[in-house]
Write a protein that binds this ligand. Structure first.
Ligand SMILES: [Zn+2]
Ligand SMILES: [Zn+2]
Length: 81
């Protein structure tokens, strides 16, 4: 197991962050902030989305904010901002 002391960078806000606070976007593959704690404050630059197939759980996919907005736009949802 290789552990890099170099911090990664969030592709959304551009700030450096420890890898444990970052997730890979399933769509574009970039790292972005995703707060791993539901009971603590943190930075979210994207969203975790539960993927389901006919009610059967697929698991959780992670998407950075630009990709979330793109997907919502594609699905016909109005832009929130
Ligand atoms: Zn960020
Ligand atoms: Zn993305």
């Amino acid at each position: 197991m290789t552990e890099s002391p170099v911090e990664s960078r969030c592709s959304v806000c551009g700030l450096a962050a420890p890898p444990m606070l970052l997730q890979h976007c399933f769509n574009c593959g970039e790292d972005f902030h995703l707060n791993p704690y539901s009971n603590r404050d943190g930075i979210d630059c994207g969203e975790a989305m539960m993927m389901e197939d006919n009610g059967a759980e697929f698991g959780v996919d992670y998407f950075c904010e630009p990709c979330v907005l793109k997907m919502l736009e594609k699905a016909g949802f109005p832009r929130v901002r």
